[in-house]
Design a protein around this ligand. Structure first.
Ligand code: AMP
Ligand code: GLY
Length: 423
């Protein structure tokens, strides 16, 4: 099978790395990819939002199957375009991608399905917004309806903070059209958990669970980022809890989306808050998580091509259970100084060739300079992943490998998975 992976992050490097292990792969391509994906696949030059050129390349290269990493091409309808030319695609239609691209639509689906989530009120102006804040009380979450690359959520700890956020999204339009509709949402207290479940439009299967570290600095300080590290499996995500998530959240959501004429074909990424009264949905995404994928795939016991292809072609029912190997994985993101704000690029990365057993590097914001040296080219530069018999072993190996890598301005969190090991 000829397979194309769309994307260029650590997540896509991890996907390419795992897909390449399947005997079903005859040729693997990645667009636009990075120097890491180019080690296991052949990079193509097309950006993820350049749908026409991606579709042309799929036809010219006679690609049999496309795996879409990020949400942007899905939100633009890449899966629909590929469907038209008869190429199975892992990733939902534009209409089903609304589970991520419209928080209000996601709430409507969850309400129809009776899925536990925070109470929310949709507002289009400041007056209604402040009335909703008054009703739900402080703290409260203020969310832009549309895609906002991680900048669309503010947890307001005072009425003033809520007003500033609502004014920015609704009146100043700091996020453009993404913020013309906002949700004011009940603040949920608990432990965050990312759960991934494949869905072929009707059947669903648990794929894995992980914890993500979103803040830039140790001890949950600093700005919100795309994710500074992750670990899997979280010890508190017991089989009973995951079973409850499948029964009360994933399966009803899949059924409600199908009933709405927008079946999910791809992966449900449920961002959950495990509260005193059970798991509740904070948000849904319609793609794999980054950096969660980097710690789930090394533990996956099975053929990723087979699983994703069956998902894309409506044949997930033939898969009994998706199993993980015993043990754990810890991933640490190495970032450019200044991230998630402005940062410098073009810094040579040293130590990439140094090995530590049971570790992998998944590149993201990196590129090959004209002299062949790999240099930084983004905020999140790479994820270092260690695997071991337990979280402590995996963590120790990950940080041993981190120590061998250096670039000007490099920073990372030193506390990934530590709360699980110390507690
Ligand atoms: P999101 O972009 O929806 O993932 O939100 C970013 C982060 O804001 C989440 O990972 C949570 O930490 C936090 N958050 C979002 N909504 C809520 C909520 N209703 N209650 C508590 N925290 C929330
Ligand atoms: N790790 C969070 C995300 O992928 O959106």
């Amino acid at each position: 099978m000829k397979i194309l992976v769309v994307g260029s992050g650590s997540r896509e490097h991890a996907l390419c790395w795992k897909l390449a292990q399947s005997p079903a792969v005859h040729e693997l391509f990645c667009t636009p990819g990075n120097p890491g994906t180019n080690e296991v696949a052949r990079n193509l030059p097309f950006k993820v939002n350049d749908l026409d050129r991606i579709v042309d390349a799929v036809q010219e290269l006679k690609i049999d199957f496309v795996v879409v990493g990020p949400e942007e091409p899905l939100s633009l309808g890449l899966a629909d375009e590929l469907q038209k030319i008869g190429v199975p695609t892992f990733g939902p239609s534009q209409s089903a991608a609304r589970i991520e691209t419209s928080k209000q639509w996601a709430k409507e689906i969850m309400s129809a399905a009776g899925v536990p989530t925070g109470t929310s009120i949709a507002v289009r102006n400041l007056t209604d917004g402040m009335a909703a804040v008054e009703q739900l009380g402080i703290p409260v979450a203020i969310k832009a309806d549309g895609l906002a690359a991680g900048k669309g959520v503010v947890i307001a700890n005072s009425t003033l903070e809520a007003e500033v956020a609502l004014r920015a999204f609704l009146s100043e339009r700091t996020l453009g059209a993404a913020g013309e509709l906002c949700l004011v949402e009940e603040y949920l207290e608990g432990t965050e958990l990312s759960v991934f479940a494949l869905c072929d439009g009707k059947d669903t299967r648990l794929f894995g669970a992980a914890c993500d570290y979103k803040r830039a600095l140790d001890g949950e300080k600093g700005a919100n980022t795309g994710g500074m590290g992750a670990y899997s499996p979280p010890p508190f995500a017991t089989p009973e809890l995951l079973d409850e998530v499948m029964r009360t959240i994933i399966e009803p959501t899949a059924a409600a989306m199908a009933a709405a004429g927008a079946p999910m074909r791809g992966v449900f990424f449920a961002g959950l808050m495990v509260t005193a009264t059970g798991p509740k949905v904070v948000e849904f995404n319609c793609r794999f998580g980054d950096p969660e994928t980097q710690v789930i795939l090394p533990l996956l016991d099975g053929d990723l091509v087979d699983l994703l292809y069956r998902t894309a072609t409506g044949d997930l029912g033939s898969v009994d259970v998706i199993s993980a190997r015993a043990g754990a994985a810890v991933g640490v993101v190495l970032a450019s100084g200044g991230y998630p704000g402005p940062y410098d690029a073009g810094k040579p990365i040293d130590g990439l060739e140094e090995r530590v057993h049971d570790t992998e590097l998944f590149l993201a914001g990196a590129q090959r300079a004209s002299d062949g040296q790999i240099v930084t080219a983004g905020g999140r530069v790479l994820t270092v992943v260690g695997t071991g018999k337990d979280l402590a072993a995996a963590r120790s190996l990950a940080y041993q490998r981190v120590e061998k890598i250096a670039f000007d301005g490099m920073f990372y969190r030193s506390d990934i998975a530590s709360r699980e090991i110390e507690s």
